[in-house]
Design a protein around this ligand. Structure first.
Ligand code: ATP
Length: 262
């Protein structure tokens, strides 16, 4: 379980990105975090794996007080939490398989990772993960020869091979076309159902969030202003989350897209 207790985060430039966050996320939940640009969505999910330190309150993940972790403990803890980024974060000039194998050796220096010798068992695990996201046939292809959607699937396979308890995804479909975006979301949904991994996605596409997630958390100016089941998300709720700027989902999306292109 992930538990935020009165969590606050103030960056060194005095920006208060999160205030008074109280939140519990149980094992196996599929949660989407929505809100305007700058609302604090990324900060919220990046505190969970200590990419950002919280500055107030307490954040506990499966009985571990996240902010008390140091050095090796952080690396060990992060092995249990997969992270997916908008930009895929792959090594583009090596094969898909090598990119996935890297997940087994987080503690090695980068050059050892890509020249590393891996066991048969590790290779089987990596190939199995690629199979789960439907790109086993690309195992020996260089990453820079893949489409954006395929690259995001490699990133997902790399995370799966690590067998985490939680997957955090920060705008995983933001740079994908609508059809590919849905395919990647289908992967997340399937993984959530088959493995019971907790999935927390920070997402700008409201429509897709409502279609795939079970629970929606709305963040506005660093605070949680909505937390409930998808069925409870009404037009008024969306207006509240998005500061009443827009009238309906379509308009919100248009606004968000414009913002992202600026
Ligand atoms: N490293 C940082 N240093 C200082 N301020 C930051 C840092 N990262 C984010 N912020 C600020 O914290 C606030 C919340 O940012 P955050 O990236 O969490 O929002 P977001 O909802 O994820 O936005 P977006 O959807 O545009 O990614 C913003 O005001 C942002 O400018």
């Amino acid at each position: 379980m992930i538990e935020f207790i009165n969590v606050g985060k103030t960056y060194s430039n005095n920006v208060k990105a999160l205030q008074n966050i109280n939140l519990q996320i149980d094992k196996g939940e599929f949660v989407a975090i929505i809100g305007l640009s700058g609302a604090g969505k990324s900060t919220l999910i990046r505190c969970i794996n200590q990419m950002h330190d919280i500055t107030e309150g307490s954040l506990v993940v499966d009985d571990v007080e996240v902010n008390s972790l140091r050095g090796k403990e952080i690396r060990k803890f992060r092995q249990r939490i997969g992270m997916i980024f908008q930009s895929f974060n792959l090594v583009s000039r090596i094969s898909v398989l090598k990119n996935v194998l890297v997940s087994f050796v987080p503690e090695l220096p980068f050059w050892r990772k890509i020249t590393g010798i891996f066991t048969k068992d590790q290779k089987i695990k990596a190939l199995t993960a690629l199979d789960k996201v439907g790109i086993l046939d690309k195992a020996y292809v260089r990453v820079d020869q893949l489409s954006g959607g395929q690259q995001q699937r490699v990133a997902l396979a790399r995370t799966l091979a690590q067998n985490p308890d939680i997957i955090l995804a920060d705008e995983p479909i933001a740079s994908l076309d609508p059809i590919t975006a849905r395919q990647v979301m289908d992967d997340f949904a399937r993984i959530n159902q088959e493995t019971n991994m907790t999935i927390i996605i920070n997402i700008h596409h409201v429509e897709i969030a409502l279609e795939y997630a079970e629970r929606i958390i709305g963040v506005r100016e660093g605070q949680i202003v909505f937390d409930g089941k998808v069925e409870e998300v009404t037009k008024d709720v969306l207006q509240h989350i998005y500061q009443g700027e827009t009238k309906d989902i379509k308009e919100i999306q248009l606004e968000e897209r414009k913002r992202n292109y600026v």
